[in-house]
Design a protein around this ligand. Structure first.
Ligand SMILES: [Zn+2]
Length: 292
């Protein structure tokens, strides 16, 4: 009787062993993907709908230019199969870490994916143009498919739906922003070149350069002169930290001010994030310039 029991336990043990190996194989078959910033995470999450959702590395309200990686986020990166980011010129703090990841971790720098028209200077906020975003979706899909051919049909279908949504968004923004062509405003940092190029807008300048550098006294003087002479109507800050110099300019000139947020802070990460972020951007821009 006893030996019968232990034989049964032995079988049971083997069954659970095989079962748990099978479960872990099934789990690890789902690709682990990490994405640097929320708008790109949103596009990747859309393409990955129906499979394991990607991890977001940079929570909102941090500047990706000066972000410091926490140990838990570094772990997410090293555990990933695939990492999407813009590139070392944009998410500066990630450059060294992504360069040093184990060889089995692939990475796709979307800033180098051949989707960018020439002329953007230091500005790499390429996702702010939905037409560029459509190109990025193609790159995201091919990177995912290369590592996970089993889901290629799903990725293709999701990408097709997302591209359709992006085209509709582009038309919507074009119609919304067309009346603002030629209006003059100042932005917080050099982030809107692609957005403005797409929608025929042209800001009169920016307060801070992309690598999070505050302007010197000379540049402040120049900005004040431009405000006084160039018919500038609005000055846009970004969520979070507003430098005292900028607050002083707003106070002294009496300019209307608004908020433009190229990362979509406070919006729930996921497939709809990108669309809400872009609509909010257009709404806030129009809101200040139209005086609502
Ligand atoms: Zn930026």
């Amino acid at each position: 009787m006893e030996s019968h029991n232990s034989y049964r336990n032995y079988l049971l043990f083997n069954f659970f062993l095989v079962f748990s190996l099978w479960v872990s194989a099934a789990v690890s078959a789902e690709l682990r993907v990490a994405v640097s910033i929320a708008p790109l995470h949103s596009l990747v999450a859309s393409v990955m709908t129906g499979t394991r959702q990607p991890d977001l590395i940079m929570r909102q309200n941090v500047s990706p230019h000066s972000y410091q990686l926490t140990p838990s986020k570094a772990r997410l990166l090293s555990r990933a199969d695939l990492v999407f980011w813009i590139g070392a010129d944009f998410e500066r703090a990630l450059g060294k870490i992504i360069g040093a990841l184990p060889e089995r971790v692939s990475s796709t720098a979307l800033g180098a994916a051949g989707c960018i028209p020439p002329g953007g200077g230091e500005d790499l906020h390429i996702w702010l143009d939905p037409v560029i975003a459509i190109c990025l979706v193609g790159r995201i899909r091919s990177s995912l498919t290369r590592l996970d051919a089993d889901h290629s049909g799903l990725y293709r279908k999701n990408a097709r739906i997302l591209i359709r949504r992006l085209k509709a968004l582009d038309q919507e923004l074009k119609a919304r922003l067309a009346p603002l062509a030629g209006r003059r405003y100042l932005v917080f940092h050099d982030a809107y070149w692609y957005f403005e190029r797409r929608y025929g807008l042209h800001s009169a300048g920016f307060f801070r350069t992309v690598p999070d550098r505050l302007p010197g006294a000379g540049r402040i003087v120049k900005l004040r002169r431009r405000i006084a002479t160039e018919n500038i109507e609005c000055i846009f800050t970004e969520p979070g930290f507003v430098p005292a110099q900028m607050r002083a300019i707003i106070r002294e000139t009496g300019l209307k001010s608004g908020i433009l947020d190229p990362l979509g802070s406070g919006l729930k990460p996921g497939p709809d994030h990108y669309f809400e972020m872009m609509r909010r951007l257009a709404r806030n821009l129009a809101g200040c310039l139209e005086g609502k």
